[in-house]
Ligand binder design. Structure first.
Ligand code: NAG
Ligand code: NAG
Ligand code: NAG
Ligand code: NAG
Length: 629
């Protein structure tokens, strides 16, 4: 299918240097372009979601990224919700109910014997009420896979040598560092230390993930992984772990990491995208150097992860390798707060990462710690019927280092602006040129937009705002001279208070958003966009447990129209409040079953057994095979 966008509702802001005359011409051009786009869009592309009979044939429709072959006339979100129910049902049907079937599921999915200690792991999981589905551990294998291409002794030495570690000897976990993240992870590890073999774990102490090995190298490591994937005859399998000394093997040499600083890297996109396939758009596209202009926001690169404009593959939506435009639409890519990255593969654990990072994921420290500011405490909110029919978002203008000449692409700034009634109304009646967002393309068929009331309607349900504009040069009262005209500084709002609203959009900050688990555990509905990966990703089913959103947020109005409906002057659209409630409650119930602290222990125990096997010289022969003997 063509990756082609029919319309670009971009508003190009004239350069500051331009004279007044130039500005006037440009403004006229923008308005004319807008007028043209609006009209041509209405006539040509406005039919995507209409029932079959209403479809116009031919024209530019074949290039419409929102349109796919599906001829059903139900709303695409209804279709996605139906599909999610089915996906979830299939997942539940994969449950194992005893050790033997869990081991069999493991062998089928991983192509190896389970690691030594699998029986103790299974018992631990059982005793702690785990929902036992092998797929829930996929992230572990994604993260550890490349290390089958690294020698065990090198892995051990790398881990030992790292500046921040947890060390486990004789079933006792300890850490030299008092850094609070280390201490939280140590606390988690200590709860399962009686089941752990000797090992050293290197920990990432920064917010940002740090290892990005070029795709070509990872591919080489993964070839070794595939070649090593086999099941030794049970009689030959070794079922114990090595015992490690308290001292490193100084004979083993390890490579320099050559940490790249922000100065050296210039653009973080170069770092992040080297983990993409050489033929990917991320690697091939032109590199954006100017972030001062109004970003061009189009659906051109959303097709691979979307169904008629809505996210159908959430994992893929976070993967920027096919989305070169995200280099200008996310603070992490535009200008991260700090960079210290390496292309050298070594085993380092961290709490979140980009799809191209090679860290080994642990549950993020704030999830284990259950901090109120992230979780909302024990008050998970009122009954659905008592909640306000609103979308609430409060946060700090993070995302990276925002500056006078780069803030417009920052995701939080974009989101807050496009949910600001004044700004949207201004864009609609052409009295105000949007600085950093675009109106929804007409494929979304937003009723309020057709009636010219998009801003007014948005204002009826959106309550979004910054509590700190995070200025480059910090100002009193959290304001910021270059973003003040567009954003107000609001008071903070406790999570428990936010949970009195039905809809909870969740937008990345400097790294992943640590509130997500709290949102899931609330009785409100999380609407999530991200470019980060976390330990729990394969346990959550989008459209079943939460609502996924594209990183451009152009689908947000459509999502809200579907759930809250629209009552206009001429047009009326039915809302789907009961479906929103159902997803909110299913998400909460599921989070209470598979995102508990026990589930983090079970995940980490499995992860560390695998990691210990990988770090053992005898790894190719090691396994748990008691069920086969
Ligand atoms: C575990 O290790 C720590 C640090 O080395 C030590 O202080 C503690 O006594 C050890 N605990 C046990 C039970 O061996
Ligand atoms: C999402 O896309 C990836 C990559 O193309 C694919 O492997 C995966 O199966 C897709 N997942 C779903 C749920 O369609
Ligand atoms: C929307 O418009 C109506 C009148 O047309 C007005 O009463 C209402 O206050 C407006 N709402 C918002 C949020 O701007
Ligand atoms: C909405 O936009 C207007 C105009 O740019 C701005 O004055 C106002 O502070 C914004 N509101 C919020 C909550 O950011």
């Amino acid at each position: 299918m063509a990756l082609h966008s029919p319309i670009t509702m971009a508003f190009q802001k004239p350069r500051r240097a331009a004279g007044r005359a130039k500005y006037a011409i440009c403004a006229v051009l923008v308005l004319c372009t807008l007028f043209y786009l609006r009209n041509s869009a209405t006539s040509t592309f406005n039919t995507a979601f209409r029932p079959i009979g209403e479809h116009l044939s031919g024209g530019g429709l074949s290039q419409n990224p929102l349109k796919s072959g599906d001829k059903s006339n139900s709303h695409p979100i209804a279709t996605l919700i139906d599909r999610a129910d089915k996906t979830f049902e299939d997942l539940l049907n994969k449950q194992s109910h005893d050790l033997k079937s869990a081991a069999a599921a493991y062998r089928t999915r991983r192509g190896r014997h389970p690691p030594p200690g699998f029986d103790a792991w299974y018992t631990f999981a059982q005793e702690n009420g785990a929902v036992m589905v092998e797929d829930f551990f996929d992230q572990i294998y994604h993260d550890l896979g490349p290390f089958w291409g690294v020698e065990p002794k090198v892995m051990r030495r790398e881990a030992w040598d790292y500046e921040m570690t947890i060390n486990i000897r004789n079933q006792n976990a300890s850490a030299g560092s008092a850094w609070f993240w280390t201490q939280i992870w140590l606390d988690l590890t200590k709860t399962i230390q009686h089941l752990l073999p000797d090992m050293d774990m290197a920990l990432n102490s920064m917010d940002e993930p740090r290892i990005v090995v070029p795709w070509e190298d990872i591919n080489g490591y993964m070839e070794k992984e595939r070649a090593s994937r086999k099941m030794a005859p049970p009689a030959e399998v070794v079922s114990d772990f090595q015992v490690l000394s308290h001292h490193p093997d100084t004979e083993i040499e390890i490579a320099q990491k050559w940490w790249e600083s922000k100065k050296e890297t210039r653009r973080f996109w170069d770092v992040a995208s080297r983990g993409c396939h050489p033929d990917s758009l991320a690697r091939k596209a032109d590199h954006q150097t100017n972030f001062n202009d109004t970003p061009s926001i189009t659906l051109a690169h959303t097709l691979p992860h979307s169904y008629k404009g809505y996210v159908s593959n959430f994992t893929l939506s976070a993967d920027f390798c096919h989305q070169p435009d995200l280099q200008g639409l996310h603070g992490m890519m535009i200008e991260p707060l700090s960079v210290s990255s390496t292309r050298h593969l070594f085993p380092m654990f961290g709490g979140s990462k980009l799809p191209t990072n090679n860290e080994i994921l642990l549950p993020a420290p704030m999830y284990w710690n259950n901090e109120e500011r992230f979780s909302g405490g024990d008050d998970h909110g009122a009954n659905w019927v008592d909640k306000q029919n609103k979308a609430i978002w409060r946060g700090v203008a993070t995302g990276g280092k925002n500056k006078p000449d780069n803030w417009k692409g920052f995701q939080r700034h974009r989101f807050v602006a496009m949910t600001n009634a004044t700004q949207v109304s201004g864009a609609e009646d052409w009295t105000r040129i949007p600085q950093n967002f675009a109106l929804p393309p007409s494929e979304y068929d937003i009723a309020a937009q057709q009636e010219g009331r998009l801003g007014n309607w948005t204002g009826s349900w959106a309550d979004t705002g910054f509590i700190d504009l995070m200025c480059l040069e910090p100002e009193k009262r959290a304001t910021c001279y270059y973003t003040n005209p567009y954003f107000k500084v609001n008071k903070g709002m406790k999570m428990a208070e936010q949970f009195k609203r039905k809809y909870l959009p969740d937008i990345d900050g400097n790294s992943f958003s640590g509130r997500y688990r709290g949102f899931l555990l609330s009785t409100s509905l999380p609407i999530k966009a991200t470019i980060f990966r976390e330990w729990h990703d394969s346990r959550l089913v989008p459209w079943k447990h939460f609502v996924p959103m594209d990183n451009r947020f152009m689908d947000f109005w459509g999502i809200m129209e579907y759930f809250v409906g629209y009552e206009g002057e001429g047009i009326r659209r039915e809302g789907h409040d009961a479906q929103a409630e159902r997803i909110a409650l299913a998400g909460q119930e599921w989070a209470n079953r598979v995102l508990r602290r026990e589930d983090m222990q079970i995940y980490v125990l499995r992860l560390l057994l695998e990691y210990a096997r990988l770090s053992d010289e005898r790894r190719d022969k090691m396994g748990w095979v008691a069920d086969l003997l």
